[in-house]
Structures are given as structure tokens and as C-alpha cells.
Write a protein of this length. Structure first.
Length: 334
């Protein structure tokens, strides 16, 4: 090989390798909005503990951003890899809490299906088997060959990622539509290749003789403009009158929240955020109305889990359903 050819290879190969890694690691390369029919699994080996044909007098629902069962440090700050023993133990604890709640339908966010960071456990299936929820709808929203985060040390990279949302139900799930939402335009295209999609997961659940339409979601956390666009899309769907429940991690605070910035745990700023106001335009109601929330804000805070100081998680309901009671399960603060 002559020197000229050697120099060409030396100059060309590193960029080629970099592009190759980028394409492999970020596959399937989704940035814009996308919709698809998600998987629905009925685990027949799990015994039914209710008569699925009878409409219950009371329906209990729970929403939980479970942080892929990791606990504090799940977002990268203070993160260290954990083994399967750790995750199975955590999932067992979570399963016990869900059983204690006696929920009929559970809306989960940040749940892993086949991810290196959580030792490739299908957490939705494990929770279903631990708790007796025979019907599970999957909404994978963060799928990539390799996530190079947290950046350093390299040994802590999340690696292969398959994560998103899931709905666990004691009643049959008939339909599962997943809308992956547009990623923030303020972020570089190459960053967005690795960034998670926020999503709306719409399911139809046959509760006895009734068909319940519910939305499980996780909205944008770090870009206010993008979150407002997502809230506007959700608001337009809620106004159709065809949705009975909306639950999940909205990453917004109520309009009348006394504190909207300068939180001790980060630089989140909710000043001038219109997301909550956009959702108030609809006929669906927050299970914790602002007048009730304002009387004792701390009673309804949901984030962060160790020292909560704001409400980011919500359930909205159609007034054709009769609301009875709401509470924050502090035992889930792990």
C-alpha cells in the first residue's frame, strides 16, 4: 500500500466508522410524529380474579411513572448499573403496592421492555404476572441500538433501549394505538436521533358491558414549546367527547401552583407554560381541581419521589363517569 492510499484511508475511515455507529446506535431513526397499532398481550397463564363480563360498580385506576424500577438516580445523576436481582426485587415491591391499591387499570410510564440498563427484563410482563393483570398493552417510545448516556463513565451507558409506556388491566384490552410525538425542534437532529419520543397511548378496554377509552401519556419535560404543542394536540382529542380517562406524566404544574421555578432538585421552569390551561378547555376534569389543590398543595405533589415539591402527574376524567375519591400513594415514593 503506498503512502497516499494509506493517508486517504486514515482520513476517510474514522468519519465512515462514526456515521456507521450513528446509524446503528440510533436505529430506527424516528424524529417526527408517527402512529402505529401497539401490541396487546393476554397472558392466559395468569388466572382471572374477577368476572370480566360484569361491569363493576366502582373502577379504580392508578398512574405511575415507575422510572424503570430503578429509583433515585434513574435519570443519570448518581446512576450506577444494577443487576437483575436488584430489578426483580424492586418489581416485586412495586407489584405488592399495585395489589394493595386494588386498581383495575394501571397506566405506567418509563417502563422497560428489553433494555440493557434494566437487564433486558420485560417489566410489563413481570408486573402482570406478579399482580394478576392478564391484559397488557405496550407503547414502546424509546427504541435504539445504543444510548450513550450517562456520558461518563462509558461503562454506565444505557446501551440497548426498548422502553416506553404500558397499560395493565384486569379487563380485556381491545385496541391499542400509539402516537409517537414530534421531538423538540430546538434540539440538534443528531441529538434527537437518540432522544426519546413522548407519546399518547390510546386504549379501548372492555369493562363488563362498557367500552372505556383511555389515554396513557408522557409529555415533554425539557422544552416548554414542544410540551405546549403536545398539550394542544391532546386537548383537541379530549374535546371530541370520545375519551373517558387521560392519565400519566404531563410534566406540567397547575396554573395556580405557588412555585414554578427555582426548585432545589433542578432548573425546571414552568413560568408562562400554557399546557394546563390548554387542557382545562376540554370537558374532561382533573381529579384534583385547582381549588382543592390550592388548599393543600403538598398533599398532591408527585415529584421528585424523595422530596416532592410539585405535581407533574394527573388523571382527567369524563364527567359521565362519577368521581368518588383520589389520593397520592406515598408508599410508591422510592
Amino acid at each position: 500500500m503506498d503512502m497516499k492510499l494509506f493517508l486517504i484511508l486514515l482520513v476517510v475511515c474514522p468519519p465512515v466508522l462514526l456515521v456507521g455507529f450513528l446509524l446503528w446506535a440510533s436505529f430506527p431513526w424516528t424524529i417526527s410524529q408517527k402512529s402505529f397499532e401497539g401490541e396487546i398481550h393476554t397472558f392466559n397463564h395468569i388466572p382471572a380474579h374477577i368476572d370480566e363480563e360484569i361491569t363493576p360498580p366502582v373502577l379504580k385506576v392508578v398512574t405511575w411513572n415507575m422510572g424503570y424500577a430503578y429509583g433515585l438516580g434513574s435519570e443519570g445523576r448518581g446512576y450506577e448499573q444494577k443487576d437483575s436481582v436488584f430489578f426483580n426485587s424492586r418489581l416485586k415491591q412495586m407489584g405488592e403496592l399495585l395489589q394493595k391499591s386494588e386498581a383495575d387499570i394501571v397506566f405506567l410510564q418509563e417502563i422497560d421492555f428489553d433494555s440493557k440498563r434494566s437487564t433486558y427484563i420485560d417489566q410489563a410482563r413481570v408486573l402482570a404476572e406478579l399482580t394478576g393483570y392478564r391484559h397488557v398493552a405496550y407503547a414502546p417510545s424509546w427504541v435504539a441500538g445504543y444510548i450513550p448516556f450517562p456520558y461518563m463513565p462509558i461503562r454506565n451507558h444505557f446501551g440497548q433501549m426498548n422502553s416506553g409506556g404500558a397499560v395493565l388491566s384486569k379487563y380485556p384490552i381491545l385496541k391499542n394505538t400509539v402516537d409517537l410525538l414530534q421531538k423538540p425542534e430546538s434540539q440538534a437532529w443528531w441529538y434527537n436521533l437518540f432522544y426519546l419520543h413522548r407519546y399518547l397511548q390510546t386504549v379501548e378496554v372492555k369493562v363488563g358491558e362498557k367500552i372505556l377509552t383511555a389515554v396513557n401519556l408522557h409529555l415533554e419535560a425539557f422544552d416548554r414549546t414542544n410540551r405546549e404543542k403536545q398539550a394542544e394536540l391532546l386537548s383537541s382529542r379530549m374535546q371530541t367527547g370520545k375519551i373517558d380517562l387521560v392519565a400519566g406524566d404531563f410534566n406540567m404544574v397547575p396554573t395556580e401552583a405557588s412555585k414554578k421555578n427555582k426548585f432545589p432538585d433542578g432548573d425546571d421552569n414552568y413560568e408562562n407554560d400554557l399546557s394546563y390551561d390548554l387542557l382545562k378547555r376540554t370537558s374532561l376534569k382533573d381529579v384534583i381541581p385547582e381549588d382543592i389543590y390550592n388548599k393543600n398543595e403538598s398533599l398532591y405533589w408527585t415529584y421528585p419521589t424523595d422530596k416532592a415539591n410539585r405535581k407533574l402527574d394527573y388523571i382527567f376524567y369524563n364527567e359521565q363517569l362519577r368521581f368518588i375519591k383520589v389520593e397520592v400513594l406515598w408508599e410508591a415514593s422510592t
